[in-house]
Design a protein around this ligand. Structure first.
Ligand SMILES: Cc1cc2nc3c(=O)[nH]c(=O)nc-3n(C[C@H](O)[C@H](O)[C@H](O)COP(=O)(O)O)c2cc1C
Length: 197
């Protein structure tokens, strides 16, 4: 059974009538190892680039490697071991990069927020295509800028593993236990009228 066939409703309870895609999206670690077709990568970026951003500055950049191509090992090496163990079977790695200045050189304080929105569009598009996606903060932050060729005013927000889902049974044992959609805090802990608390 592929990891995306896992019943998300076994561990997740809807608290309202939001579209099911939001509950169904989760972050598996089991990938099939098949390289992601470049055409699929373009569809993911197409979804991401329609995200909203401050002044329509579109501060997101995406640096990718496809499993097995000439950039793959270098990008995989940027990940911490705990992520490399499973992300090596992803179809592609995509660094979500925020450009922290506007084109006139002034600081762009919402660049991270904007890039996060673009990533979510990408994740939901991936799910619609039957692909799994998994964001990672666990990478070597000191090595990433040079490895990815980033100018000073660009910052990696997350590395993302994306690709065809794999089998839970093929993961190392300790990751098999964690291959479950996680629950969420109740709305009452998150929603406030006028003032927080
Ligand atoms: C910015 C960001 C960084 C993350 N870093 C990692 C990571 O380094 N390793 C990992 O296994 N999961 C990582 N995750 C996945 C989260 O743990 C996961 O999204 C969270 O537990 C919610 O689960 P879900 O995405 O399956 O709904 C990260 C997620 C985000 C959004």
């Amino acid at each position: 059974m592929s990891t995306l066939d896992i019943d998300v409703y076994a561990t997740r309870t809807a608290a309202g009538d939001a579209d099911e895609q939001f509950i169904q999206r989760w972050s598996p670690r089991a990938f099939s190892g098949e390289p992601l077709p470049i055409a699929d990568l373009h569809i993911l970026v197409e979804a991401a680039r329609w995200a909203p951003s401050c002044f329509n500055s579109q501060p997101w950049r995406f640096v990718y490697a496809i499993n097995g191509d000439d950039q793959w090992s270098a990008m995989l090496d940027v990940l911490m071991d705990m992520n490399q163990v499973w992300a090596g079977n992803a179809g592609a790695l995509i660094a979500i990069v925020a450009k922290k200045t506007f084109d006139d050189g002034n600081p762009a304080p919402t660049a991270s927020f904007d890039a996060g929105g673009a990533w979510m569009s990408m994740a939901l598009q991936a799910q619609k295509m039957g692909l799994a996606s998994h964001a990672m903060w666990g990478f070597h932050h000191d090595q990433a800028p040079a490895a990815l060729g980033l100018p000073e005013d660009h910052a990696v927000q997350a590395m993302v593993a994306v690709g065809k889902p794999g089998e839970r049974a093929d993961l190392p044992e300790k990751y098999q236990e964690r291959e479950v959609p996680s629950p969420r805090k109740p709305i009452e802990e998150l929603l406030f009228h006028g003032k927080l608390g």
